[in-house]
Structure formats: structure tokens, C-alpha cells
Write a protein that binds this ligand. Structure first.
Ligand SMILES: [Zn+2]
Length: 438
């Protein structure tokens, strides 16, 4: 029996395997999905995933050590099924359960014995994860969910200290079968850009989300800061009536990097804007906004370091496959990629100009590195690093509605400028360049 879950995973794999520009392909796949959905008698994912308020609520978590064991207990509003396994390098325990609304006090104790910390959040549309980091090898002694008085649920994960060999053997055994590795956080693309849509499509991509908080400073997570910014940008752009705005995520959920890239391509976005606010732990005085484009070689060491960090987002959620999907080379693809790079560069310079006029910029405001999320060959893509959460001054600004308003307006005006003038002239230059080469 093909489960809908399995089917979505299958489609996701097919989508990833799409080697060409193939703009018709996602549409055909989506149509196919609707047929499959009808055959199986299930609603296509357009039926939308449940809103987060309908999820079971996790209200309380306790972690305690006793002897060679560490036990994590979580109270939930109902009994849920959970599945746990260990994973090596980095060493951790992954607990998977149905979508859960985690309302655990940020002050709750997070470490005990060989557990150096744990985090939780949504992983896909219908799954949540708890990731427990291990400072020493351990194995799972017990995973238990039980019904307690009042209809509540209690989840217990008991870990036992182990030898390295024992741990590795368990990790090997537990290596998830391929479907569990290939996450499908994104709902299937509905037929993407509506037919006859004349407006430009802009894809806003708030970084991180769900189980992956991004940079954390005190109790502020990058994922929340960038989501608030993305939503404000969407509102402002939509108010102009000129654009069709799509977001890779508009709530607190995890999305793999591949799915973000694919979302931009499926929507046939004219522009893809990824939003981040990182932290450089060592340097509190590094601050200001930076605009990044993609390049094979980084402009400088800091840009390379940041790209490497952002490229680890999938690993943060316990995804094991983090191989960038390579597009098949070819003259057409090559041309498309070159053109896309030119447009990305033009927009990035526009952004630096407009942002620089209203907010503090980093001393090198325009840089590039090998950011996976910017890898679509046919969608001009940039990444905005709004500021550094590690800088107290930046952190304060990033949380202020006034600063956000200024920065959002600057980005919106860079977008207006890009579509109004630059694209036309660059288009001319690009077609001229092509003619000259012929
Ligand atoms: Zn980030």
C-alpha cells in the first residue's frame, strides 16, 4: 500500500531529480499528484496542513540524571506516538513525533549528565522532532509514551551511557531508511504560478525555522527575527499591488535548503530573497547589514565561514543528506545560469545602495560565497544578512519595529528599482552579449 507520505516523498525525489530548466515539469507533476490523490481518496495537500494551534501542546519538560542514565520527560496535552534513534557525527538522539506545539518555558533546564542540550520544533508539515545532543556516547534504553490522568500524555526518553562502539553500532542500525532521510517538508507544489499572472513573482525566504532556530542570542532566535521581517516585507510589497509574493515559510516550520531552492523554481520566481540575521560568536563589534550573492569562490574568509554555517541548516534538523543537487551542465543551462548571476548581481548592488541609505551596513556590504540556498540556476537570488545578533546594538535594532520598517522600505524600493530599470537594461546588455558571441 502506498502511503500518501511515501508518495509525497517520491514526488519530492522526482522534483529534485528534475535536471533541466523544465518549467513545465513541476506543473505536470502537480497535476499527476492530484490524480494520485484522487485515486487514493485523499485530499491533496492543498487541503493545507492543520494550523499549529490544533497540534498537541507540550507544556513541560524535565531532564534529570541518575547514575548512568539521563531521562527526558515531556508532558503533552494528549498521548502521542514517538520514535527515537541515535545518529553519529554530530552525536545525538533524534525523537520524531507528530506535529507538536512546544510551549516549554525557555528557562527549563536543558542539560544533564552526558546530555549537553536539546531543542525541539516542527520538522515537516506533520512531524516534529526533539534533538538531544550528546557529549558522550549513549544509547536509548527506553522510549515510552503513556496516557496519564486527565487524558494527558507523557513522553519519556531514557538514555544510558555506552561505549563508543555500542553507540556506533546503534547508530548504524538506526540509519533511517531512505524515505526518512529524504525529508519532504514542503507540501507538493500546487500548480504554481497562476496562468495569466502578469505581475512579477517574488519569493521571500525567511531562513531556518521549526527544529532549526538559526543563531540564538539569549532567548531570541534568528528564525523568529527573520520571519517577522519577511512578513513585513510581504505586506509592504503586496500593498503596492505590483507583485505576487510567495513565502517559503510563513510560520515556524523547518524547510530543507533543497526545498527552498525548489520552491523558488516551482513558483517561477523573478527574484528570490533569503533573509538571515546571523551571529559571530567571537566578535561582538562586527555589525551592520550585508548582501550576499552566490559564487563558487568566496570573496573573503568571513563570507566563506558564513556560507558554510548557513549550509549546515539541514544537519541542524537531523537531515543526513546535505549534498547540493547539481544541475546538468549544458549550453542552455550555462547561459541561464550566467544570466541569472548577472541579474542577482544587479539586484544585490541595488539593495546595497537602498539599504545603505537608511540602515547601518557592514564595512564590506556586498559579498559572495557558495550559499546553497542561492543555487537555483534560473532564479536571481540574493541573501540579506540583516545584522549580527551577536552585536548587542544590532540585536536591539533587529527587534525594533521602527528599524524593521526602515529596512523593509529600503528593500521594497530596491525591488521597485530593479524591476523598473535595471532588468530592462541588463536584459538588453545580456542579449547583446549573446549576439556578440554568435
Ligand atoms: Zn541564518
Amino acid at each position: 500500500m502506498v502511503t500518501t507520505d511515501g508518495m509525497f516523498q517520491l514526488f519530492s525525489q522526482i522534483r529534485r531529480a528534475d535536471p533541466g530548466l523544465g518549467r513545465g515539469l513541476p506543473r505536470r507533476l502537480a497535476a499527476l499528484a492530484l490524480v494520485f490523490a484522487a485515486v487514493l481518496g485523499v485530499a491533496p495537500l492543498s487541503a493545507e496542513t492543520r494550523s499549529q494551534s490544533e497540534y498537541p501542546v507540550a507544556t513541560d519538560a524535565r531532564i534529570e540524571q541518575s547514575g548512568d542514565s539521563v531521562r527526558l520527560t515531556m508532558m503533552l496535552s494528549s498521548k502521542v506516538e514517538a520514535n527515537a534513534w541515535v545518529q553519529a557525527s554530530p552525536d545525538r538522539v533524534i525523537v520524531e513525533m507528530p506535529s507538536t506545539n512546544f510551549q516549554i518555558q525557555p528557562s527549563a533546564k536543558k542539560a544533564a549528565g552526558f546530555v549537553s542540550g536539546y531543542r525541539y520544533g516542527l520538522f515537516t508539515a506533520d512531524k516534529a522532532r526533539i534533538i538531544i545532543d550528546l557529549s558522550q556516547p549513549a544509547v536509548i534504553a527506553k522510549t515510552e509514551t503513556r496516557l496519564v490522568r486527565g487524558g494527558f500524555g507523557e513522553l519519556t526518553i531514557e538514555l544510558r551511557k555506552a561505549t563508543r562502539a555500542e553507540f556506533l553500532a546503534e547508530a548504524d542500525k538506526a540509519k533511517p531508511s531512505p524515505p526518512a532521510v529524504v525529508a519532504t517538508p514542503m507540501p507538493l507544489p500546487l500548480p504554481t504560478k497562476p496562468a495569466g499572472e502578469a505581475r512579477r513573482t517574488i519569493m521571500i525566504d525567511p531562513g531556518h525555522g521549526g527544529i532549526d532556530p538559526g543563531a540564538m542570542v539569549a532567548s531570541i532566535a534568528e528564525k523568529s527575527v527573520v520571519l517577522a521581517f519577511g512578513k513585513a516585507l510581504k505586506d509592504q510589497l503586496e500593498a503596492s499591488g505590483r507583485y505576487r509574493i510567495v513565502m517559503t515559510r510563513d510560520d515556524d516550520r523547518f524547510l530543507s535548503l533543497a526545498d527552498r531552492v525548489q520552491a523558488g523554481r516551482n513558483e517561477q520566481a523573478d527574484l528570490f530573497i533569503s533573509i538571515h540575521a546571523d551571529s559571530l560568536v567571537q566578535s561582538q563589534d562586527v555589525r551592520g547589514a550585508t548582501v550576499y550573492t552566490r559564487s563558487e569562490r568566496a570573496t573573503d574568509a568571513e563570507a566563506a565561514k558564513l556560507a558554510a554555517k548557513e549550509n549546515e541548516a539541514d544537519a541542524a534538523a537531523g537531515l543526513e543528506t546535505s549534498e547540493e543537487v547539481q544541475d546538468v551542465a549544458g549550453i542552455l543551462m550555462d547561459l541561464a545560469r550566467r544570466e541569472t548571476r548577472t541579474f542577482s548581481g544587479v539586484f544585490a548592488r541595488n539593495l546595497v545602495d537602498k539599504l545603505g541609505a537608511s540602515v547601518k551596513m557592514h564595512k564590506i556590504p556586498l559579498r559572495s560565497a557558495r550559499f546553497w540556498v542561492l543555487s537555483a540556476p534560473d532564479v536571481p537570488s540574493v541573501l540579506i544578512e540583516l545584522g549580527y545578533m551577536s552585536s548587542p546594538k544590532d540585536a536591539e535594532l533587529l527587534n525594533s519595529p521602527e528599524w524593521r520598517g526602515k529596512a523593509v522600505s529600503a528593500v521594497a524600493s530596491a525591488i521597485d528599482g530593479y524591476f523598473a530599470r535595471e532588468r530592462a537594461s541588463v536584459g538588453q546588455a545580456a542579449s547583446q552579449a549573446v549576439e556578440n558571441r554568435q
